[in-house]
Design a protein. Structure first.
Ligand code: HMG
Length: 453
């Protein structure tokens, strides 16, 4: 049987699934039934989900969790998080609880500019193009007025337009770089529509420039597209308190020793790229989970964040820490282009509820919430790393996954959770415990004695 197909996209959803299971699975009927069991019962709601993507055959579930007790700028939030990794929500919640009694998190939006570019080739005298560029800018804006009208009414639109001459790097290559304000929307469709209109205006404009030589009357537009790198769509979030108020930590680490170790851990992530990548991954544990929960584009956010982390030419920590005059300060600057209208924000039923849970924030408030969750996550991870080590907390949360993986029943899970309260969890230690428990030789809780009672 052939494993390739023409016209797959034209098949019905059931037809796609049937073709797939018959070609790629050993037990087609069962797999078909299983994948269909994840379809929503409400057909209308299922159609909305299917509309988000293409060639859909089922739904892929991820846990939807909540991190309560986040005090940000004196307002308390319960933050929705969608993530598959254990201990992330617990860590964020625990950092939120820690800072709740130390003044909470503070956050401010520094700027909200989005970026788009028209990339084009033009073989002419660069001075001539620069001379007429102000006229071209007027034409481009006039031609795009129909597209920008509503955004302008909302207080946004085109902020500025620049001509960038890249011919020193690549023969004939220029760029029109545009800054936008897109208010509460992420703005991707708006920006791309404006840029495509600009590209048409550009071609028309050069074609009628009488003083241009014939070969200068033609432009080859390579592409018109937003940039996901938005270093000027930036938010800052921070926590601070006197070092003495940090309290004492596990393993007899006092506040001062903790603060110093913590700052050094951040410093290491500024020096070393291997550490910086993991450090920033920890930040994105929190960021992505809220971005996903609120129906925003986590690939765009990640791409932008990592580019920003290398904005001085060296990939570094996105967060910073200092101790000054006895005050511990830990902060994060993060570019975040997110929306609270448009896209999936209101279409995805749970994204809609997530935004409602947050009090239907505008885009700027959402930027502050998302960045703060990233900072909280980073704080919790570093606190563990410089005190107990990561495995203690992380593996405690991961225990249930290991037990499920080993096919433990509820009684065995209960016994294991009790047993591992004060012990280090690892795959091997859990396997050993289960073996002993099943054979009735486990030290603390013996299966045989439970069964007898
Ligand atoms: P703990 O001290 O054992 O927690 O910490 P606790 O039992 O004392 O509870 C304190 C609070 O923590 C709770 O307050 C919750 O807020 C939260 P309460 O609700 O009782 O009022 N909490 C939980 N929330 C939900 N479900 C739970 C739960 N348990 C505690 N089951 C904790 C345990 C996991 C919080 C701590 O060890 C921790 O923060 N660990 C860090 C875990 C982490 O960072 N995980 C991310 C995955 S590892 C990774 O990918 C990133 C990394 O590589 C990044 C890097 O290297 O920088 C580490």
């Amino acid at each position: 049987m052939s494993k390739s197909i023409s016209g797959f996209s034209k098949l019905s959803k059931r037809g796609k699934l049937r073709w797939l299971v018959e070609n790629f699975f050993k037990d087609p009927e069962n797999v078909m039934r299983e994948l269909m069991s994840y379809w929503l019962l409400n057909e209308e709601e299922q159609k909305i989900l299917d509309g988000f993507s293409e060639n859909t055959i089922s739904n892929f579930y991820l846990p939807f969790g909540v991190a309560p007790n986040f005090v940000i700028n004196d307002k308390t939030y319960a933050i929705p998080m969608v993530i598959e990794e254990s201990s992330v929500v617990a860590a964020a919640s625990s950092a939120a609880k820690f800072w709740m009694t130390r003044g909470g998190f503070k956050a401010k939006v520094i700027s909200t500019k989005k970026v788009g570019q028209v990339h084009f080739m033009w073989s002419g005298d660069a001075n001539k193009l620069e001379e007429v560029f102000s006229d071209l800018k007027i034409k481009m804006q006039e031609d795009a007025a129909g597209i920008t009208k509503n955004m302008v009414e909302r207080g946004g639109g085109i902020l500025d337009i620049q001509l960038i001459n890249y011919t020193g790097v690549e023969k004939d290559y220029y760029q029109i770089k545009v800054n936008f304000e897109t208010c509460d929307s992420m703005g991707a469709n708006f920006i791309n529509s404006v840029l495509e209109s600009f590209a048409v205006s550009l071609r028309e404009f050069v074609a009628v420039q009488d003083h241009f030589a014939d070969e200068e009357k033609e432009v080859t537009v390579i592409m018109s597209i937003l940039s996901n790198y938005t270093p000027e769509c930036l938010v800052r979030t921070w926590v601070e308190c006197p070092v003495s108020e940090l309290g004492d930590f596990t393993n007899d680490i006092d506040a001062e020793a903790f603060a110093k170790k913590f700052c050094m851990a951040v410093r290491i992530a500024h020096i070393d790229q291997y550490r910086a990548t993991t450090h920033n991954k920890g930040i994105f544990n929190g960021v992505d989970a809220v971005v996903l929960a609120t129906g925003n584009d986590f690939r765009a956010i990640e791409a932008c964040g990592h580019t920003y982390a290398a904005h001085d030419g060296h990939y570094r920590s996105l967060s910073h820490c200092k101790i000054e005059n006895g005050i511990f300060k830990f902060w994060l600057d993060l570019p975040l282009a997110v929306g609270t209208v448009g896209g999936l924000t209101k279409l995805h039923p749970i994204a809609k509820r997530s935004l409602e849970m947050l009090g239907n924030p505008n885009a700027e408030e959402l930027m502050m919430i998302i960045a703060t969750t990233g900072l909280a996550q980073n704080f919790a991870a570093l606190r563990s790393l410089v005190t107990t080590g990561i495995q203690q907390g992380h593996m405690k949360m991961h225990l249930v996954n290991i037990l499920n993986h080993m096919g433990a029943n509820q009684e065995e899970k209960d016994a294991a959770c009790k047993h591992f309260i004060d012990k280090v969890v690892s795959f091997n230690s859990v396997r050993l415990f289960l073996d002993e428990y099943r054979s009735g030789t486990s030290g603390n809780v013996k299966k045989k004695s439970i069964l007898k009672n």
